[in-house]
Every structure is written in structure tokens, then in C-alpha cells.
Write a protein that binds this ligand. Structure first.
Ligand SMILES: Cc1cc2nc3c(=O)[nH]c(=O)nc-3n(C[C@H](O)[C@H](O)[C@H](O)COP(=O)(O)OP(=O)(O)OC[C@H]3O[C@@H](n4cnc5c(N)ncnc54)[C@H](O)[C@@H]3O)c2cc1C
Length: 413
């Protein structure tokens, strides 16, 4: 048992990385454990899957993030068990670590809502591994279709939230610009992108104006919308809908929802909606002493009691706020309830097009201005200077040449 650390942070995503950084800068001894040795920037996973940017633009080694923060030790290990009562974590090799304060920031996993076949056939999009696997699948689908004399080449995206909309838009743009250039206009004419959601709107959390803009843009790109009808099954050759329709799809992308991962389910903490932990306003878990749960692993509320969505900005701010409260715990101060600064939402709908609803007042932007804001915000959020330069360079190449900035290698499983 290693208990030399004041704080253990499980998960080096937006929430855990920010918490560890803030604590380390205050001189607190922190052990940051992540199954991967890198931080991954999920908002741009769909661009990795569609060859717009490379992995090294969205993943940053955690040890590089903390190389100048001496108090933080990065440990690459999968946490297999969390005992919240004793604030002890066990890793896959059987080692155990205990600290005075435990921060659980282990994110989420795809929620297939028990949809038959989804687990087996759908491609989730939650990690770098998911994105490269999908990119490989898409590349090989085109190579395969190119060898065939005829027949449609369908890709189905399930879930018309920001992830689904951005993915469907990027796929449709590849069909419009890349497939005719690299393969043939004949093959491009055989390709179809479908976007499915049980809700009758795209981007359900956005305003009707943004929804209408998005529908129009997706329509212009040729995305076929199937809204207001749920998916009842995923098969090797497509999806079935509740009204009996079968949409053919050689690749099905799951952007349909998230839930807390297994390690949280078995932590001894009471789970709420989505399997997440309903934390107190100060971000501590209600049924264990000295345990904080942050980001996508938690159901958090703002100062008015409104539920906060699973967003990068929420996770990042929760990490920063928790660090202040933890510092107060360790130095005899008083914890403060989480004060979330609502920056709003945005989603890219293809080249030069996006929707943004900025700030608590939801100032609405559509089109090129929203697109530029989207680029600026994502560039600012990327986790390191090199990542920012790589992303900017890839975007510029893609924009000017209408070509993928990356080469996809590997073979489908
Ligand atoms: C495809 C996609 C697009 C998105 N787009 C946007 C967007 O445009 N804007 C926005 O604001 N938000 C967006 N989000 C949401 C945002 O990315 C998440 O809300 C945010 O990443 C949550 O941060 P987190 O730190 O809670 O979890 P994560 O970032 O998921 O980090 C969790 C970390 O925990 C580690 N981990 C998990 N289990 C274990 C274990 N057992 N042992 C060790 N380590 C473990 C993981 O490896 C990971 O590094 C998007 C999410 C996805 C999936």
C-alpha cells in the first residue's frame, strides 16, 4: 500500500488533469492515474475518424503536461477497483494506493441503452482508439466499395446531438469532396450518410433557429435525416427502427449517449441518472468522506440548482473548483459550492458552417462567424502548443485543398 500522496486523481481527462494541475501548482502531492499515458481531446475525435486531423493533434502525453509540476506523479495504469470508504484504489497489477482525498474523474463509456446488436456492431466514438478504429473501418469500406461494380455504400450515425451532427457532416463532406477526387464521382454518387435520432430534432439542446440552420446545412450536404423514431437494433448490415424501417449501413456510428464506467458502478457510491454520482454542490460525494466526483462521472448542478450537461467546459471548471475545495480541506479552509460559468454550446456542421449559442444568454451565431468561433474555441482548448499548431496546420490544408490531412493506416478487425 502506497499512501504517500495527499490526493489521488483517477482519470486524466479535462476534469482530472485540471484538478491535478491546480493542486500541483499549490504544492500538493498528487498521484494522477490514467489507463492511457495521454490526455485525449474528445471534441475532435470525429475529425480523427474522418482523417481531418491526426492523433497527435488531439492527444498530449500526460507526463509532458506535468513535467514542470514536481508534486504530481503520473501513473499509467488501469484502475480496477475503488473503495470509496477507505479512499483506496487498486490497479490492474494488484497495487493499491490510498490518500487523504480521492478524486474520481474517470469520465464515461458509451451507453447503448440495451439496444440489441449495438455493442457488437456499432462503432462508438469516445476515445482515440475508437476514432482510429472508425477511421480504419471507413477507409476500408471505400476501398471495398471501389472494387464492387455497383450498390449503395451507406453509413449510419445514431444520435443527432453535437457529436452525431459533426460526424455526419464531416462524413458527408468527405463524400462530396474527397471521394470524387480520390476515387470517382460514380462511387461518390453511391455513398449515403444517414443520421438517426428518436428525438424529432437535430441538436435538441439548441434553439429552434440553430436546429433549422443545421437541418438545412445537413440537407445541402446530402445527409439523410431519420428523426423522431428510435433505433431498435443494430445489425452487421444496418439498423432497424421502431417503425419497422431498415436502414442499410455497412458502418454504424454510435453517438447515442453515455453512462458512467464500471469502476464507478463498483465504487460503493450511490449512482444517479446515467450511472453517474449525484454530487453535493461542493462536488463531494454524499456517501463517503473525502471523495470528489467530477466531470462526466458526476451529475452536477450550478448555483441555481440546474443540472449541468456532460461538456468539456463543465468538466474543466469542475476540476478547477474541486482543486480549490480540496486545498481548503487540506489547509483548514471552507469548501464553496461550485460556481459554473456557462459559456454556451457550439457545433460544427461542415466546412465554413457551425452553430453557436454563447454564454448564459445564448447569443446565437450561425454560419461563417460561428465556424470561426468554433475553430477559435477548440484551438484554445486543445491541451498543448504543439497540438494547437498541428490542428491549425491540418485544418488549413483541408480547407485549401479539400483533401484529408491525414493518412489512415491499419486494417479492420
Ligand atoms: C465525441 C465527443 C465529442 C464531444 N464534443 C464536445 C464539444 O464539442 N464541446 C464540449 O464542451 N464537450 C464535448 N464533449 C464532451 C467532453 O469531451 C466531455 O464532457 C469531457 O471530456 C469530460 O471530461 P472528463 O474529465 O470527465 O472525462 P474524460 O475526458 O473522458 O476523461 C476520463 C479519463 O479517465 C480515464 N479512465 C477512465 N476509466 C479509467 C480507469 N478505470 N482507470 C484509469 N483511467 C481511467 C480515461 O482514460 C480518460 O483519460 C464531447 C465528447 C465526445 C465523446
Amino acid at each position: 500500500m502506497d499512501d504517500t500522496y495527499q490526493v489521488i486523481v483517477v482519470g486524466g481527462g479535462f476534469a482530472g488533469m485540471t484538478a491535478a494541475k491546480e493542486l500541483g501548482l499549490k504544492g500538493i502531492r498528487v498521484l494522477l492515474i490514467d489507463a492511457n499515458n495521454y490526455h485525449q481531446f474528445q471534441p475532435l475525435l470525429y475529425q480523427v475518424a474522418t482523417a481531418q486531423i491526426g492523433v497527435s493533434a488531439i492527444a498530449r502525453p500526460l507526463r509532458s503536461v506535468f513535467r514542470r509540476i514536481r508534486g504530481v506523479r503520473v501513473l499509467t495504469a488501469e484502475v480496477t477497483a475503488i473503495d470509496s470508504a477507505t479512499r483506496t484504489v487498486t490497479t490492474a497489477d494488484g497495487s493499491t494506493y490510498r490518500a487523504r482525498i480521492l478524486v474520481i474523474a474517470a469520465g464515461a463509456v458509451p451507453n447503448f441503452f440495451n439496444t440489441p446488436g449495438a455493442d457488437e456492431y456499432a462503432y462508438p466514438l469516445y476515445s482515440v482508439t475508437d476514432a482510429t478504429r472508425l477511421g480504419t473501418g471507413l477507409t476500408h469500406l471505400l476501398d471495398e466499395a471501389d472494387r464492387e461494380p455497383a450498390g449503395s455504400v451507406d453509413v449510419v450515425v445514431i444520435g443527432a446531438g453535437p457529436t452525431g451532427v459533426e460526424t455526419a457532416g464531416a462524413l458527408a463532406e468527405n463524400v462530396k469532396y474527397v471521394v470524387p477526387k480520390y476515387f470517382s464521382p460514380v462511387l461518390a454518387a453511391r455513398c449515403r450518410v444517414h443520421l438517426v435520432d428518436m428525438v424529432p430534432n437535430v441538436l435538441n439542446a439548441f434553439s429552434p433557429k440553430s436546429q433549422e440552420y443545421t437541418r438545412n446545412r445537413l440537407g445541402k450536404l446530402g445527409v439523410q435525416l431519420h428523426l423522431g423514431v428510435g433505433v431498435t437494433g443494430v445489425r452487421a448490415d444496418g439498423v432497424t427502427l421502431a417503425d419497422g424501417t431498415v436502414i442499410p449501413g455497412r458502418i454504424v456510428v454510435w453517438a447515442g449517449g453515455l453512462k458512467a464506467g464500471k469502476v464507478i458502478a463498483e465504487s460503493g457510491l450511490t449512482q444517479g441518472r446515467g450511472g453517474r454520482i449525484d454530487v453535493r454542490p461542493d462536488l463531494t460525494a454524499p456517501d463517503a468522506e473525502g471523495v470528489y466526483v467530477l466531470g462526466d462521472a458526476a451529475n452536477m448542478t450550478d448555483s441555481t440548482g440546474a443540472k449541468l450537461p456532460q461538456l468539456g467546459s463543465v468538466a474543466q471548471q469542475s476540476g478547477k473548483w474541486a482543486a480549490r475545495n480540496i486545498y481548503a480541506d487540506l489547509t483548514g479552509g471552507t469548501r464553496q459550492p461550485f460556481g459554473y460559468w456557462d459559456k454556451g454550446y457550439m457545433a460544427m456542421v461542415g466546412r465554413g458552417a457551425a452553430v453557436a449559442e454563447i454564454g448564459r444568454r445564448r447569443v446565437q451565431l450561425q454560419g461563417p462567424l460561428a465556424f470561426v468561433s468554433w475553430l477559435g474555441v477548440h484551438l484554445a482548448l486543445l491541451p498543448g502548443f504543439q497540438q494547437k499548431v498541428r490542428a491549425l496546420f491540418s485544418w488549413a490544408i483541408g480547407y485549401v485543398t479539400h483533401s484529408p490531412a491525414q493518412v489512415v493506416v491499419g486494417r479492420p478487425e
